[in-house]
Ligand binder design. Structure first.
Ligand code: MN
Length: 205
């Protein structure tokens, strides 16, 4: 785990984004997908691993269609508390714009493995080989997905691909555009001042 790049990019006297965080869940790994209207709209796909959130920015967002291979650019590790973050990052700051928690839940490797520690170890190995096969248990996203590092594209370029299972669908899942925490869409979050994460009291809803 390395949060230094995350910390160096941000001025915590200006942004209310989380600085740290530790999981208290002994049994399950969590995932979160945030919808982020920054200079370009994108979705941030984050998987708990090694005490932090391994993170990929997906310009088109996740898809439940196995035929869609959406680019997922690996970005810096984010602190565990980021999984709850939604609100506004000040204009001019890194990632300035509005964030909602678009989906959240638990996840596990597809290959059945008992215990959080053993699962995490297997996932870290998959991460290092550039091919992560996971099962999501979210409110919007469910079932099997692969995150695969591309060859011949950019160094941090991966693809997010839905496996063909009972949760596969050609319907556009991103049409469900509300937060699973506040139930606001990005536009409503942008104009609200009452739903902002802060360092002392976590999320105020
Ligand atoms: Mn982002």
């Amino acid at each position: 785990m390395n949060l230094q790049p995350y910390i160096e990019k941000r001025d915590f006297t200006k942004t209310t984004e989380p600085v740290a965080g530790t999981s208290t869940n002994k049994n399950n790994l969590v995932f979160v997908v945030q919808k982020h209207a920054a200079s370009h709209l994108h979705y941030d796909f984050r998987l708990e691993m090694d005490g932090v959130l391994k993170s990929w920015a997906i310009p088109k967002g996740p898809s439940t269609d196995p035929k869609a291979k959406h680019l997922a650019m690996m970005v810096e590790d984010h602190p565990f508390d980021y999984r709850n973050f939604e609100g506004n990052i000040p204009h001019g700051e890194y990632g300035g714009g509005t964030v909602i928690v678009w989906d959240q839940g638990t996840y596990e490797p597809i290959e059945p493995i008992e215990g959080k520690t053993a699962r995490e170890k297997a996932l870290l190995k998959q991460l290092s080989t550039g091919s992560i096969k996971i099962k999501l248990h979210g409110q919007k996203l469910n079932g099997e997905f692969a995150l695969v590092k591309t060859h011949g594209m950019g160094e941090n370029d991966w693809l997010l691909i839905k496996h063909n299972d009972q949760f596969a669908s050609a319907n556009d899942i991103t049409l469900q555009d509300r937060s699973v925490i506040s139930h606001k869409n990005l536009e409503e979050m942008a104009i609200s001042a009452d739903n902002v994460w802060n360092h002392d009291s976590k999320l105020h809803v």
